[in-house]
Design a protein. Structure first.
Length: 155
């Protein structure tokens, strides 16, 4: 059952308009379903939305992460990690990948973020460069999503 948590739902930024509305972000919605928060196709989360999100009791965050590099209308890896830390759900799954790197590479990124052992994770130079300004602490549990993934959320 989908139900809004608040009358003012959290919004997320997805790229920017062109033409008359140039410079303004395109606003899309995040979904809160029981103890799960789903944010797809986002390139930013406004502060007022972070305030609403902070009041949720979450078990799982599903969050946009297109690729290691920054993108206009999607979170890149560093932005997804920053949002994950701020939201602070026990488990996070990244979604919406391009084909820049393999699923195995995303698994390695998740393992490195959880263990704190980035050098031993076998990450490529491109991924290490994308994570250059990402703090290594606190550690967090992030994994890539995939077609057919089943998640159990206790209501």
């Amino acid at each position: 059952m989908l139900s809004p948590v608040y009358a003012e739902r959290p919004t997320v930024h997805h790229g920017q308009f062109f033409g008359e509305q140039a410079g303004e972000p395109y606003i899309s919605m995040g979904l809160s379903i029981d103890r799960l928060l789903y944010i797809s196709d986002a390139s930013g989360i406004p502060e007022d939305s972070y305030k609403i999100i902070s009041e949720l009791k979450l078990d799982i965050l599903i969050l946009d992460c297109l690729r290691p590099r920054v993108h206009t209308s999607h979170f890149g890896l560093a932005q997804s990690i920053e949002a994950t830390r701020r939201i602070n759900a026990p488990k996070t799954y990244f979604i919406g990948f391009a084909h820049d790197i393999t699923h195995d590479d995303w698994e390695k990124i998740g393992g490195a973020l959880e263990s704190g052992k980035w050098e031993e994770a076998g990450l490529s130079k491109a991924i290490m460069d994308a994570m250059e300004h990402v703090p290594r602490e606190p550690r967090m549990r992030i994994r890539p999503s995939y077609d057919g993934l089943l998640l159990r959320v206790e209501a």
